[in-house]
Design a protein around this ligand. Structure first.
Ligand code: ATP
Length: 316
């Protein structure tokens, strides 16, 4: 049985501290059997951060967020909020609303659950931030999946939460909608703590400062995105040349410090050294001796995607 401490903000509970993590869990476990579920998860979400929860399909992201938000029960472990419980907002990946309510009514209802004195401006602002001003009077039942997802965000935003838990908030959105929602999330940094799950690692890299990598229900890495990317920096360079690059490729292949060389497309060669140092010491000398007409040469940027693939054991 899960041992939950009294929720901060609940009657009789101590006042929430203003420092320390906005959310943390200890030993959080939900075992569905046959190795699935989440196991011993110690999540730590720093106050004011934007925390991305990533992992392959079935890693346990939705389960973990549901345990935190109380929608599912843990077998064991603890969830501790560092913010008042009534300032935590949750938005599921497929939010559902009464189809006969207008978007404004949905948001107003959500807001009044928390603030009895909610003002019409609060509803307007939330709809505006979620990009739904034009659709305020339309029935929720007529909304596309992307608009429904935005409505979920508006309903979560209206009471100005201190912590937002968002499960795949951009999954149903087109590229423009995704960019808008990511900007919205990025704009909350420092004021509102946000934890969101996503499959799209470029999105996470763009807006998150913290990341948690789940695989098979276990947390493989948790910490700053920048650190994870730097740890997995690969000693790889991209070289653009005027010709098709075939001769250069053969030249690099004969070098003993080169671990791998490949042609990405005509005129673009990728060279992977055994170490950063060997690459930095040798690459320009080889280019010089080769006589190739070099347009550009530079390190291949490491990104969250390559770090993720490395950490979860998949080869690129
Ligand atoms: N209620 C349940 N009963 C039994 N097994 C479940 C239940 N819910 C989820 N699972 C299993 O637990 C694992 C984790 O599922 P979960 O939905 O939490 O993963 P996820 O990381 O959110 O996946 P996705 O990225 O595909 O949405 C999966 O193997 C899933 O089939």
């Amino acid at each position: 049985m899960a041992q939950f401490p009294p929720l901060p903000g609940a009657p009789g509970a101590p006042a929430a501290p203003e420092t320390g993590p906005a959310l943390h869990t200890h030993g959080l476990t939900r075992d569905y059997g046959r190795g699935t579920g989440v196991f011993d998860v110690a999540l730590a979400v720093p106050r004011g951060s934007v925390y991305g929860l990533v992992g392959p399909n079935g890693a346990g992201k939705t389960t973990l967020l549901s345990l935190i938000s109380g929608m599912r029960r843990a077998d064991r472990g603890e969830v501790e909020f560092g913010v008042p419980r009534d300032r935590v907002a949750v938005c599921t990946d497929v939010p559902e609303f009464e189809p006969w309510l207008s978007a404004a009514e949905v948001v107003e209802l959500a807001g009044r659950l928390v603030h009895a004195d909610l003002r019409p401006e609060n509803v307007k602002t939330a709809l505006h931030r979620a990009g739904l001003s034009e659709a305020a009077d339309r029935k929720a039942g007529s909304f596309s999946r992307g608009m429904t997802q935005r409505l979920g965000l508006a309903a979560a935003l209206v009471a100005e939460p201190a912590l937002m838990i968002l499960d795949e908030p951009t999954s149903a959105l087109d590229p423009r909608g995704r960019a808008e929602v990511l900007d919205l999330v990025a704009g909350m940094r420092g004021r509102t703590t946000v934890i969101f799950s996503s499959h799209i690692l470029a999105d996470v890299q763009r807006v998150c400062d913290q990341v948690g990598v789940l695989r098979a229900g276990r947390m493989l890495y948790q910490g700053p995105v920048a650190e994870l990317v730097a740890e997995h920096m690969r000693p790889t360079w991209l070289i653009r040349v005027r010709d098709d690059g075939g001769a250069l490729l053969r030249t690099f292949a004969a070098e003993d410090w080169v671990a791998r060389v490949s042609s990405i497309r005509p005129g673009l060669v990728r060279v992977q050294a055994r170490t950063v140092e060997e690459g930095e010491r040798n690459i320009l000398g080889v280019l010089d001796r080769s006589g190739a007409r070099v347009i550009s040469v530079g390190p291949e940027e490491s990104d969250l995607e390559s770090a993720f693939l490395s950490i979860t054991g998949a080869a690129r």
